[in-house]
Design a protein around this ligand. Structure first.
Ligand code: G
Ligand code: G
Ligand code: NA
Ligand code: MN
Length: 254
């Protein structure tokens, strides 16, 4: 059982850790970005996955300090990698709806980046489709200001919510992340393939970038290539790993 006070202590005393998963150009195998994913190094329970504590964090409001820590830590890590000679690529962090709706969210993010002297072009925010469905006007305004500052915005788990085309068109977003539930069956289920094709054509109409999530097999890569979807993320290219293990995955060929 995870308790609020344990989570609070974990945030304060540095028991959280970020794992990183590559985003790859399937044509070249080149690294085009990374997603930061939080874990809790629990003294008794071991490595606790986010599914076990994000909802508690959201219910208690601890998601705000948690994700502030995630943002700062991910940016510092990217700066560290660049100092070590690794290529500058955007790092993505997930933004919960609760955090997104904080009145000072834009100032909070921009002041953190300014304080770190971090290039806004190297930050991507992943917001789920469902998080964008409420308070539509406010979401459009917030994301617009972040995008204006140079930060890119991705619509996470795309296809699992119910965004209407007209709403999508109004959202200041850069990229759709096709949910892995559709990619899972792309090589075996005609319905999944049809949905992915539809999402791709929609993204092209709206001039959005696209990334396929949850790639696990070569077959899926070949299919996506055929559909001219060239950016992917998934266990096939690399599971989320600790920062110190990331470049051991082999993403250094430049
Ligand atoms: O890494 P893993 O597959 O266990 O992540 C499970 C879920 O936790 C994913 O949906 C992922 O988006 C979410 N998650 C990971 N880190 C964060 C975070 O910092 N904030 C939020 N809101 N969700 C996160
Ligand atoms: O919801 P979000 O897209 O942020 O979730 C990211 C999570 O998805 C990561 O925590 C990661 O563990 C998981 N994930 C990433 N790639 C794959 C994959 O190829 N297969 C499966 N089953 N999960 C994946
Ligand atoms: Na995500
Ligand atoms: Mn996702």
């Amino acid at each position: 059982l995870i308790l609020e006070r344990d989570l609070q202590a974990a945030i304060e005393y540095g028991d959280l850790v970020l794992f990183y998963q590559p985003k790859v150009d399937i044509r070249t195998g080149e690294l085009v970005g990374l997603e930061a994913l939080v874990r809790w190094k629990h003294p008794k329970l071991g490595m606790v996955p986010p599914l076990k504590f994000i909802s508690i964090a959201e219910e208690t409001g601890l998601i705000v300090p948690l994700e502030r820590w995630v943002l700062r830590t991910a940016c510092l890590q990217m700066q560290q990698w660049m100092r070590e000679g690794h290529p500058p690529v955007p790092v993505a962090v997930n933004l919960s709806q609760i955090h997104l709706m904080q009145t000072d969210i834009v100032e909070s993010i921009l002041s953190t980046l300014a304080e770190l002297n971090y290039d806004t072009k190297l930050l991507e925010l992943e917001v789920t489709e469902s998080a964008m469905m409420n308070n539509e006007e406010q979401v459009i305004e917030i994301l617009g200001r972040l995008k204006q500052a140079g930060i890119s915005i991705s619509l996470d788990d795309f296809g699992t919510g119910y965004s209407s085309l007209s709403y999508l068109q109004m959202l200041p977003i850069d990229c759709l992340k096709i949910d892995r539930s559709f990619i899972k069956g792309i090589a075996t289920h005609a319905n999944s393939l049809a949905i992915v094709e539809m999402i791709l054509s929609m993204a092209r109409q709206l001039d959005l970038r696209i990334i396929a999530e949850g790639i696990e097999h070569e077959e899926q890569v070949q299919l996506l290539r055929g559909l001219r979807c060239f950016t992917a993320q998934g266990f096939y290219y690399g599971k989320p790993v600790a920062a110190e293990d990331f470049y051991a995955l082999g993403f250094d060929q430049r």
